[in-house]
Design a protein around this ligand. Structure first.
Ligand SMILES: [Zn+2]
Length: 271
């Protein structure tokens, strides 16, 4: 999510009030809804009135009242380039803007998706709370953990439980809170819930300050990299690297299909 928040923040001053002059698709599978023809013809001529983020979705509000919703998935980036920029082979779509500019959707693995919808609820309606909003308190987190029997790592990555925390940030938050990733949600005591709540916010704010983590193919809209990954304590470390707190080798396990890094000494199994 810090990557999406960065993209939103950096696009906002450049694309609000800009007109969409056309759409070029080199990979039609990127459009989920409506049909490709409708998608392109409805976007053309519209003005972008606002850009927001909800969870890992970017939402571009349009003059028609519709919204262009984009999910970049694992390898997508949105690059703001001049209209004369030569698209590289991973550019799947270009949303052409006035003043000789274009929003280039780059996505090596072709996982990203775009929707044009009248009501965003069908896409974002089931997302959990935003972890950086004022309404997300330790009490809310405690409430949501009640009776949850899934490992806390899996819950943090579950977008319906809480929105926008990716795999790496879940590992970092659990490390900062000194909580083992396999602890069951309902087993956390109030002190641990408070630590986890604070760790989630601290880890996300810090990564937003560093403009996101460029561990994979993430670029900022201007093409620059984020630097948040340089601050990672456990995430994306190879197992066997050492815990910066205690020197114990970091371990890797798989929790519900997600590679998970943690320190077996600092993040103990028991409460
Ligand atoms: Zn440690």
């Amino acid at each position: 999510m810090p990557e999406l928040e960065t993209i939103k923040n950096e696009l906002l001053p450049h694309i609000v009030n800009r007109h969409i002059t056309g759409v070029t698709l080199s990979w039609e599978g990127i459009v989920r809804q409506p049909s490709v023809e409708e998608f392109c013809s409805c976007l053309k001529g519209q003005r972008i009135t606002d850009v927001n983020r909800r969870g890992k979705y970017l939402i571009f509000s349009l003059t028609s009242g519709e919204a262009l919703v984009i999910h970049l998935k694992m390898t997508g980036s949105l690059l703001l380039r001049s209209a004369s920029a030569e698209p590289d082979k991973f550019i799947r779509a270009i949303i052409h803007l006035d003043k000789e500019a274009g929003l280039y959707f780059r996505d090596p693995r072709k996982l990203g998706v775009m929707w044009l919808v009248e009501n965003t609820n069908s896409i974002i309606g089931k997302l959990g709370p935003e972890p950086l909003e004022a309404g997300f308190t330790p009490q809310i987190l405690a409430q949501r953990l009640t009776n949850r029997t899934a490992p806390i790592k899996a819950l943090l990555c579950d977008q319906g439980f809480i929105a926008g925390i990716g795999n790496m940030y879940a590992d970092e938050a659990l490390f900062a809170a000194r909580i083992h990733p396999l602890r069951l949600g309902k087993s956390l005591c109030p002190d641990e819930v408070k630590r986890l709540h604070d760790a989630i916010q601290q880890v996300l704010w810090s990564a937003i300050k560093d403009k996101g983590a460029s561990v994979d193919t993430y670029f900022r809209p201007g093409g620059e990299l984020g630097t948040a990954h340089f601050e990672f304590k456990v995430a994306h470390r190879l197992s066997g690297k050492f815990c910066p707190n205690c020197g114990t080798p970091i371990e890797r396990i798989v929790v519900r299909n997600r590679g998970t890094y943690f320190c077996p000494k600092c993040q103990t199994e028991k409460a």
